[in-house]
Design a protein around this ligand. Structure first.
Ligand code: TYD
Ligand code: MG
Length: 461
């Protein structure tokens, strides 16, 4: 019965079909048909075919000049977990929908259970809906976290309609759905976790959040390809998207805001996974440095800016004799950018790696998106190629352009000060970032071109 109610809509052109087809008959796109619930008869069709305009279908609504609308700032409720509040832009927002994505086992459930408990202790009602684990498993985790008499309400349920009915009846302030991929709606026949189900369920939960003012937090697993199940189908629907980053083998976890309607993006929260759950790291600037006793070739420390905080990250490179088609691999850095930097090195600094395998890695599983990493990547590569370590206490940052020029990085002074604070003594930076006033303990080499940087390094290592 439920089956007859659904239709298949093409993601690319919007054409509908009663059956699933591999290829859209209308626009020819492959694999673009997704199951969905059709709008009620009066909704969809009439509107498109109304010959006399829209007046007969609905009354015109009043419009308001922007200046006459009162601009109220959103009220935020801090969760009590400082690093989480930082990425949320200050706290949980009424009616806000947050999507938290990340690899399995990275700590999504742990963090949210801790946050819900913290909210509950402040007297704010919360509901934790679990489809992944049983109530007993959640209880076990809460004991492990030292939350023995936690009053967080738990619902082990995966059917959307039942979840929504429970939310309506219990009226919590925050609902966590762990995870959105396990929830299914009776309205659709496709399996839980399919794009159609995930999208439909998230849409219903979003609507519920907006109409009731309850904050909804959706946990989503990231698939192997790095997208949340379904090609990022949820990101546009929600207000805030947070991703967990970091290596599951290391203790540190980063939570990055990649979209936030209520705050800054690219802000990160840093946590350490401990015996008793996730603990915020308030001063994270040095956690992505590996501890070499002696400087080693192929390593360069970068000062990157994560949100509002400067952080030092070790960039490692290994350049090795390659086969007929040399490999370029990067972990935590952009692969296309690596290819570009190798071309610039060759053309503008006379460093040729065409017949070499090149591997680069940002230590600790951190992902670096800013172009200011360019100079450090290039210096790590040259250092590995020459087999010469950069001096102890050396840092670099700066964007490199296709013409071989070194462009300034935002907030250079702050980066340099942080490096000096952590005991670094020598820096190669873009000319425009050179401080007017000397920074005690730090020797600064300001460069305009990439070959200048290479020459300086050749002179000191
Ligand atoms: P979890 O929150 O279940 O991950 P997710 O929901 O993202 O899949 O985290 C599970 C991992 O965290 C697991 O490998 C064990 C570890 N862990 C700790 O190290 N300390 C703890 O106190 C807890 C609860 C988990
Ligand atoms: Mg989990």
């Amino acid at each position: 019965m439920a089956k007859e109610k659904t239709q298949y809509v093409c993601n690319a052109c919007g054409a509908t079909s009663p059956r699933w087809l591999g290829k859209c008959p209308s626009c020819g796109a492959w694999n673009s048909l997704i199951e969905s619930v059709p709008e009620s008869a009066s909704g969809g069709k009439n509107r498109l075919s109304a010959p006399q305009g829209y007046a007969g279908l609905a009354n015109a609504q009043p419009v308001t000049p922007l200046s006459a609308i009162e601009a109220t700032d959103v009220a935020r409720t801090p969760s009590g977990i400082e690093e989480l509040d930082r990425v949320l832009g200050g706290g949980i927002v009424e009616g806000g929908v947050v999507l938290i994505g990340g690899d399995p086992g990275i700590g999504k459930s742990t963090l949210l259970l801790q946050a819900m408990d913290a909210l509950h202790r402040k007297g704010l009602p919360t509901l934790y809906v679990t489809g992944e684990e049983s109530g007993a498993q959640i209880a076990l985790r809460s004991r492990r976290l030292g939350l023995d008499n936690s009053q967080v309400q738990v619902l082990a349920e995966i059917q959307l309609e039942k979840i929504l009915a429970t939310v309506e009846a219990t009226q919590p302030m925050v609902v966590v759905v762990d995870s959105i991929q396990t929830v299914y709606s009776d309205q659709l026949s496709s399996a839980p976790g399919s794009v159609a189900q995930v999208r439909e369920c998230a849409a219903h939960l979003t609507r519920a959040a907006k109409t009731t003012g309850i904050c909804v937090i959706l946990i989503g697993h990231v698939t192997k390809e790095g997208a949340l199940a379904g090609p990022r189908v949820l990101e546009h629907m929600v207000d805030t998207v947070l991703y967990f980053e970091g290596d599951t083998h290391s203790n540190f976890r980063l939570v990055r805001a990649i979209k936030n309607r209520f705050g800054a993006v690219n802000e990160i929260g840093v946590f350490a996974m401990t015996e008793k759950g996730l603990k915020g790291v308030t001063n994270p600037s040095a956690i992505f440095l590996s501890q070499h006793t002696e400087p080693v070739p192929g390593s360069c420390v970068l000062v990157t800016l994560e949100g509002t905080r400067p952080m030092l990250v070790e960039i490692q490179a290994l350049v090795d004799q390659g086969g007929p088609s040399p490999r370029r691999l990067s972990v935590g850095l952009d692969k296309d950018r690596l290819a570009m930097l190798l071309a610039v090195l060759n053309r503008h600094a006379g460093v040729a790696c065409a017949d070499q395998d090149v591997f680069v890695n940002a230590v600790g599983g951190v992902r670096i998106n800013e172009p200011a990493a360019d100079l450090a990547v290039m210096l790590a590569i040259t250092s590995s190629l020459r087999g010469k370590a950069l001096p102890r206490g050396f840092i670099a940052f700066g964007e490199v352009g296709l013409a071989g020029e070194v462009r300034p990085a935002p907030r250079g002074q702050e980066r340099l000060k942080e490096a000096a604070k952590l005991g670094f003594t020598m820096a190669v930076v873009p000319k425009a970032n050179a401080p007017k006033k000397a920074i005690p303990g730090l020797t600064i080499h300001a460069v305009e071109r990439v070959d200048e940087a290479m020459n300086i390094v050749r002179g000191i290592s």
